[in-house]
Design a protein around this ligand. Sequence first.
Ligand code: ZN
Length: 508
Amino acid sequence: MEATEKELKAILAEVSDLNRASMVLAWDQETNMPPGGVESRGQQSAALRKLAHERFTGDQVGRLLDQLEPRVEAAPFDSDQASLVRVTRREYEKQRKVPPEHVAESARCAAHAHPAWVRARKDNDFGHFAPYLKRNVELSKKLAEYMGYDKHPYDALSDRTEPGLTTEQLDRLFGELKAAIVPLVKQIAGNRDAVDDRCLFGDFDPEKQLEFTHQLTARLGYDYQRGRQDLSPHPFSVAFGPGDVRITTRVRRDWLPYCLFSSIHECGHALYNQGISHDLDRTPLWGGSSPGIHESQSRLWENLVGRSLPFWKHFFPELARRFPSLKKADAEAFFKAVNKVQPSLIRTEADEVTYNLHVVVRYELENELLEDRLRVEDLPEAWNARMKAYLGVAPPNDTEGCLQDIHWSGSAFGGFHGYTLGNVAGAQLMEKIRRDLPDLDRQVEAGEFQTLLGWLQDNVYRHGRKFTPNELLERVTGRPLVAGPWIAYVRGKFSALYGLKEAAARPL
Ligand code: ZN
């Protein structure tokens, strides 16, 4: 490796180490830290984030990039070298716009806002969280100013998380989805008795649930030599390096899907991180293409695989052995139960059909907060009204309403659309997977996941962050993000499940 590249990589490695260290602190805060640790943790996180930011945005990185750019011009677009210089330049230019004080201030505020959010949820008291949220909205607006935008602050914030995706593309996507979902939900409501989910409720020993999900995620390919599963109120996955990719889950004694699908979901994120090429380690290329593409993998494993009939034909007998009350059901009844469509209050527990409507609510409200069209103190009322309008349900309290998600306790606004992107991109990838692996259903039914995992590693995971969402999708599926495959998938699956007219044959 020539000297300039070596010098750049040494700085990037240091930045990566600092960022990962602050991620360890955040993981600890979520899983183990006593409440009294907040003050110190806020200071520690702020110090590390600021150091990483200063090191990365220093003039030295710019100078090295200037020198390297002409030298990698002839290298292939997808080569490690060209990608490293291209993606580092993109991130460098973006982060240079943000002063280190802002980064530190955001980390400090997030560390304080998080316990306030937890307490507000516990006491069902939005007023306790409101001042922190106000601060976070202000910080996000400031960030958008630093980044620069033409029309909407959301554009600036979204470009940080999902590079290359425009609000125009997003508005079109959400429009197509709304047009497809709303009539489907109505049709399903007219035949709601077709699915009975009573078998999912009962008394399920939490220890046994955790043991089952541990084994199940290992079977999907999650390597526990390089990972672990802990409990946290809001499940997440985090990666400190190729050898340490962790997940968390949560468990309810009286309702089985809570732990089961949270675990599969986070396992999907972890499979992505464990599959990234080790050659990209400690560079800006180590990570997912974007949060939305990352979500495409958690949702692919959770829904397109984990809520399919072949999957439960394989795993149901094992599950029923552990929880005898399930013996009243069978694989097909269980598959139907975990796919029940019911407009509900909580996004993370929403069924596949209504899930994107939850995202639309947040996307719209966030835009309104950022553009001063909505005041923080009016958020609960606006939230409830929007839920009623789109999903037909109204939260009885704010804990189940606007306080439900962890995201607004941090200052990183402009990212909720990533969840919908995840659903849509996951289906787009699956359409291609089915063409390449026509035998997929049989393999899943036999509990064989290696071929699918290998396909994903080869086409998506190993590339880390080399490609933007649209670049990746075009490369793999031949077109940028489109809503069509997801719409076809939900129409087919749920028409069949609910015995609707245009039922398509495919069970997955
Ligand atoms: Zn996720």
